[in-house]
Design a binder for this molecule. Structure first.
Ligand SMILES: [Zn+2]
Length: 407
């Protein structure tokens, strides 16, 4: 059974120039061909979805989310007080929210126990419709480290090796390591968490099992240590320099990072979502007002650092940290708008959320671009995202594996 999708243009996710007047041919759940011009005679009579003036894109990929969280301001410490059953349900609902927005793949960067892995399994079994899940299980962290309550605590070279093996046994697609502290009370975002030997051991163990490893880094030293350890990716790449949360950008570290070729997920949307939420409220308490001022500062600094890192030659994939604070599971367009503000072209942000994202998270043989043979994960939006990324919110059709979900 074939299906055709027609629109004004098609962006295939590889960075190639858009195809004008395209006909996307879908067959057996996969992309069969991308044609241009009128429907060929041999395909006449095929079921056709026609969207005049619209743009066809690959389904989007959010490379950094936390499925256990609702994205309504609930913090993870509170969310994990619920049973794992509630966390599984919350996670499943998150995949539905994303899918409706045309985000057909989510990569979870740390969930409690095996909750995200189990949601991935239910979706693989075909028990319902939700964005495809790529999961690390628990984020590996030092005892008492950032998000320790998810169950990923490990210490010492032998201990961290064992933890990597446990995550692989659980079914982890990749390994996530908290290389610095973070927002968790009692952790130090301005200091590295693991020793160099521990980081080296985790990357070595992940690679022995053909898994990629990514490191959460909020301070410059943790970035340097993660580069040294040979991580495949970094999350955030922040420059927090002391306990006040002040960030001091270090060009020498940026240069090292650029030279390493390691891609970074920027997660700019976290700040963007906090500003959207608090600025949208009719009134703020004193605490909220102070929180807003703090985030206005840090969002501006994050954007500045994003721009500097890009100019130094660091490459970025799109990832929102959805679930965290007020970041929603349909917020990938917000991340892309901020990436554009940080110096990327609209096309570059689209590639960073499709073809390049798929490559970085090791799913490019399944999805990420409208290439013959790949899953027919498709998003059709009402206007041209190249002239205005906000068009990505004007969802007309979502297809996953050739199945029409929203039309
Ligand atoms: Zn995160």
């Amino acid at each position: 059974m074939k299906t055709l999708i027609k629109a004004a243009q098609l962006i295939d996710g590889t960075g190639a120039a858009p195809v004008q007047d395209p006909v996307l041919v879908v067959s057996g759940g996969k992309v069969e061909a991308v044609l241009s011009g009128p429907v060929p005679a041999e395909l006449s009579g095929t079921e056709t979805h026609d969207y005049p003036g619209a743009t066809i894109l690959p389904g989007l990929i959010d490379t950094h989310v936390h499925l256990n969280l609702p994205g309504d301001g609930t913090i993870l410490e509170d969310a994990v007080r619920e049973t794992e059953g509630v966390l599984v349900a919350t996670s499943a609902l998150a995949t539905v929210k994303a899918l409706k927005a045309g985000i057909t793949t989510l990569r979870d960067l740390g969930a409690k126990g095996r909750t995200a892995i189990d949601v991935r399994r239910a979706l693989q079994l075909g028990h319902g419709e939700g964005a495809r899940v790529v999961a690390c299980g628990q984020a590996i962290t030092i005892t008492g480290g950032h998000v320790w309550y998810l169950g990923g605590e490990a210490d010492g070279v032998d201990g961290v090796r064992k933890k990597v093996r446990e995550m692989i046994k659980l079914g982890a697609d990749f390994i996530k390591v908290m290389a610095s502290g973070g927002g968790t009370v009692g952790t130090q975002s301005w200091n590295p968490a693991f020793s160099q030997e521990e980081l080296n051991a985790m990357v070595d163990e992940a690679h022995r099992f053909d898994r990629k490893a990514t490191a959460h880094c909020l301070c410059a030293r943790s970035i340097e240590m993660a580069i040294e350890a040979g991580f495949d990716q970094l999350e955030h790449a922040g420059f927090i320099s002391d306990r006040t949360g002040r960030q001091v950008y270090e060009p020498a570290v940026a240069e090292k990072l650029a030279k390493s070729g390691i891609p970074v997920t920027g997660t700019l949307a976290v700040g963007g979502a906090v500003l959207r939420e608090l600025r949208g409220r009719p009134s703020l308490t004193e605490t909220e007002a102070a929180f807003l001022v703090r985030w206005e500062k840090s969002a501006a600094q994050n954007l500045y650092q994003f721009r500097q890192l890009r100019e130094a030659g660091v490459s970025f994939v799109a990832g929102t940290d959805a679930g965290w604070r007020f970041t929603r599971f349909d917020d990938l367009p917000l991340e892309m708008e901020l990436m554009q503000e940080g110096g990327m072209t609209a096309m570059e942000t689209i590639v960073s959320a499709t073809g390049y994202a798929a490559k970085v998270i090791d799913i490019e043989t399944q999805t990420g671009s409208l290439t013959p043979g790949l899953a027919a994960d498709v998003l059709v939006v009402g206007a041209d995202p190249l002239s205005h990324l906000a068009a990505l919110r004007d969802v007309r059709l979502v297809m996953q594996g050739g199945k029409v979900l929203t039309a």
